[in-house]
Design a binder for this molecule. Sequence first.
Ligand code: COA
Length: 378
Amino acid sequence: MAQQVELKRGLKDVYIDRSEASFIDGSIGKLIYRGYNIHDLAEKSTFEETICLLLYGKLPTRRELDEFEAQLKASRAIPNEIVEIIRIAQKAHPMDVLRTAVSALAAFDPEVSDNSREATLRKGIRLTAQGPTIVTTHARIRDGKDPIPPNPNMNQAANFLYTLFGEEPDPADAKLMDLDFILHAEHGINASAFAARVAASTIADLHAAVTAGIGTLKGPAHGEAAEEVMKMALDIGDESRAEEYTRKVLESGGRIMGFGHRVYKAVDPRSVHLKDDARALGERKGQPKWFGILSKVAEVMKPYESRGICVNVDFWSGSIYQLLGIPEDLFICIFAMGRIPGWTVQVLEQYSDNILMRPMLEYVGPMDLEYVPIEKRG
Ligand code: COA
């Protein structure tokens, strides 16, 4: 007789370790990176400064930030072999290409198997810097265009838009991208960070852990939601159809993408900034349509707030990316590019007091079956 076990399916509400990286109070929609409220970082910081905060545990001095930015800019190039791999895999989804390229970069990183704190930090910085280069190299190759070399005079956000489109971005667009990266930089032990920590718990290297993180982020229950939200908005097509569309999805037992969260049972604080920006960007680009459609969907979803199904980070971000001219299937890569510093911190924390992650499964299959030779099976 099997012993009675208490299942914690999906590890819901299970604490697996301690962290100094970020704190979420899902009941009131509060998010903190290393002690700093996400609203302050969104309004006052930059992605580069936020990465420093996450990686080194404190806000940098001017000199430290200058040095860090120079290091990041100097690390953006990817080897020709990686460009070749991207070329061969160009028909794949950009997330598959990003995952493959990050994995393949292990073959070229001189410190790949050095899991010391210093080497892992350097690798995290290199992967953060190389992420946009991989994504934009792929986006251009698949469009039959030449990749654009990274621009050392631009920050991560502006450089991403520049290497994607081939022209200097509007500073307001670059600022929005920067904000988006800040908002995506770290989020505790969500599914992708957990995957990265599981890999790290075997003492696998950072490239392995980030590859696991990217692979796990890909699903629509996690990172793919922004793309799904935009597909929904395109499907709706006009604000006048939004209410009927939303009700139909809900009545048929479907889910509205960009709503609900395992931890947030109140409005996701990151979505507040993105909502304001989606509205402003729509007006600036003379395309208020998407904001109108999504606002209507949000209005229909309002009663669900009392059940803890509230707007999340992905709801407004898709429309922002769309208005910036970014192809839909790149949306999730933006999340991944922003999250590499967060995964790095999670891996560092795992290494610092490691324990192998090895939960249990309750076996519910048959027992003690008699082995029948193949020729006697019916
Ligand atoms: N639209 C409508 N109903 C939703 C919903 C949504 N987006 N998200 C959750 N629900 C409902 C479920 O149908 C379920 O209802 P039930 O109790 O009547 O069966 C209930 O809320 C709980 O859902 P569950 O999947 O158990 O909660 P969870 O905490 O495991 O789910 C998500 C979290 C993110 C997987 C879920 O909210 C979801 O699928 N959201 C849409 C995808 C998305 O936006 N993902 C990005 C997250 S940042």
